[in-house]
Design a protein around this ligand. Structure first.
Ligand code: SAM
Length: 276
């Protein structure tokens, strides 16, 4: 007979700042209960079936698989999103892009494009905050398009359209007031790619050429054709790429170019505006 408290004590995940939290999230999911249930009912008996499910989750976590992939879900902004190994697990730093967009654009009808939408995180967060905005979300990976569409439907966000597109290829002739993107931006030889949770995420969501700037260069070069006068381009990038991204935006004639700092104190997003 096993109780909740003893299962958690025996979880034995590798030492990390999130080991206890990870174990609690996995056990709560195995039981089909909220995490608070574990603290309210530490003496509750766990069925052998649920204990086995928990053991299989722990084994995957010990192998390094991110908790979000094991559970198939991740919180972003105020939304619970389905996530899958075909695309990135949304990160808290990316909420900076959402905050900047909500601050810079009016709540009135606005045409928005989210490039490389993945799970749909940015597009769906914006659409949930601004019902009058019309958001187009694109991804090159078909499984990501299907995932973003499932999240859109579950959240009933009818002001979002999800499309398959290689950056702007399916959007010829369309223009927007805001183009927003968290594109791949890691250099192909970066050692982080083979460490920690990142090694479980697909290269298609992470890697962008020798210096990590290939996709940012392409987006910045093409964006002016797809921005209305005065429209904003908001980009996430690597912690050390802000000067390069500012230079690229300035060389394409963008105005009001500046970067903003993430929770770790790094310049994480850079913004520019197509002159009126
Ligand atoms: C860093 S992930 C960001 C996912 C999501 N926007 C987020 O912030 O969680 C980059 C995304 O860009 C997509 N992507 C990569 N190359 C692309 C391309 N050429 N055209 C469209 N999407 C692309 C990937 O499939 C991936 O979903």
């Amino acid at each position: 007979m096993t109780i909740i408290a003893s299962l958690l004590r025996a979880a034995d995940l590798p030492d990390s700042p999130t080991a206890r939290l990870d174990a609690e999230l996995l056990l709560a999911a195995a039981l089909g209960k909220p995490r608070s249930y574990l603290h309210t009912w530490p003496e509750k008996i766990v069925s052998s079936e649920d204990a086995l499910t928990f053991a299989s989750y722990l084994q995957r976590r010990r192998g390094g698989e991110p908790v979000a992939y094991i559970l198939g879900q991740q919180g972003f902004w105020k939304l619970d999103l389905e996530v899958a190994p075909h695309t990135l697990i949304p990160r808290p730093d990316t909420e900076l892009l959402v905050e900047a967009a909500l601050e810079l654009l009016p709540a009135s009808p606005t045409q928005v494009l989210d490039l490389g939408t993945g799970s749909g995180a940015i597009a769906l967060a914006l659409a949930s905050e601004r019902p009058a905005w019309k958001v187009t979300a694109v991804d090159r990976v078909l499984e990501a398009v299907a995932l973003a569409e499932r999240n859109r439907q579950r959240l009933h966000l009818n002001n979002v359209t999800v499309l398959n597109s290689h950056w702007f290829s399916a959007l010829q002739g369309h223009t927007y007031d805001l183009i927003i993107s968290n594109p791949p931006y890691i250099a192909d030889n970066d050692p982080h790619l083979v460490a920690g949770d990142v090694r479980f995420e697909p290269a298609s969501a992470l890697v962008a050429g020798r210096d990590g700037l290939d996709d940012l260069r392409h987006i910045i070069h093409e964006a002016p054709k797809h921005l209305n006068a005065g429209g904003w381009l908001l980009l996430e990038h690597g912690y050390d790429q802000a000067p390069a991204v500012r230079d690229l935006l300035l060389s394409q004639g963008f105005a009001d170019v500046h970067s903003r700092i993430d929770l770790g104190g790094h310049e994480r997003i850079t913004l520019g505006r197509r002159p009126c």
